[in-house]
Ligand binder design. Structure first.
Ligand SMILES: [Zn+2]
Length: 235
């Protein structure tokens, strides 16, 4: 396998698409190619006009070659739903964003189905991958995702729909304290140099514009590293 890296823009939603879509286009111009966008599919509380505009934007991105992946359902959850102890810890650490953390088999499957049906109301193609919000999961979710024929990603690895597993270190700048920001960018450069594995860059709307310059420099380093930008669907 030629050396590759993944660029994954997280948390694209009906609430932020107007602001984020131009950021995606700018990054596409920098890289010279489209990349992976992780979509939060829930539009329950949005106006019909916003939903329609969001849908149009998703179709436009798709037609420009961006690949779209499913990123949970609401990216937010309540404490109930019978979470395990570790699940409650996961929820606490992420301010309630880890909606799949520690769920029971039944609740996990139900939430995954809700995510998928929200996706289907927006798009007619199936997602290229499923990535649980914040990567916190439960022991049933990887199997449930693969049973749907979708690629599954956790914090340290990616498993294709066919069951092939890739070690994959990820660097992400969202939700980390300022004093760790420089080390996080250093880590991003480091994982490009690892002899094995598929480095991943996880970007979030909150990275822009605050960390835009550093992000663009890191992407230039990635492009200059001899690695090729890959899609989930190539795995
Ligand atoms: Zn997310």
């Amino acid at each position: 396998m030629a050396r590759k890296f993944l660029l994954c823009f997280h948390d694209f939603s009906v609430w932020n698409f107007q602001k984020v879509a131009p950021i995606l286009e700018n990054l596409k111009d920098l890289i010279g190619a489209p990349f992976s966008v992780l979509v939060i599919p829930d539009t329950e509380k949005a106006s019909p006009e916003a939903v329609q505009e969001f849908r149009d934007t998703l179709f436009r991105l798709q037609s420009e070659g961006f690949e779209l992946a499913l990123h949970g359902y609401k990216h937010k959850a309540e404490f109930s739903q019978g979470r395990s102890y570790m699940g409650i810890i996961g929820m606490n650490l992420t301010h309630g964003e880890a909606e799949f953390a520690g769920l029971s088999e039944y609740e996990s499957s139900r939430l995954l189905q809700q995510g998928l049906s929200a996706w289907k109301s927006l798009l007619d193609k199936k997602p290229e991958a499923f990535i649980p919000p914040t990567w916190y999961s439960n022991k049933f979710l990887p199997g449930q995702v693969r049973a749907l024929g979708l690629l599954y990603e956790d914090r340290f690895s990616i498993t294709s729909a066919a069951g092939r597993r890739y070690a994959s270190a990820v660097t992400s700048f969202a939700g980390i304290p300022d004093f760790l920001m420089k080390p996080a960018f250093k880590f991003g450069e480091l994982i490009l140099q690892l002899p094995v594995g598929l480095p991943r860059f996880a970007l979030h709307p909150v990275d822009f514009p605050e960390r835009e310059t550093a992000v663009r420099n890191l992407l230039r380093t990635a492009l200059g590293s001899g690695r090729r930008l890959a899609f989930y669907r190539d795995l």
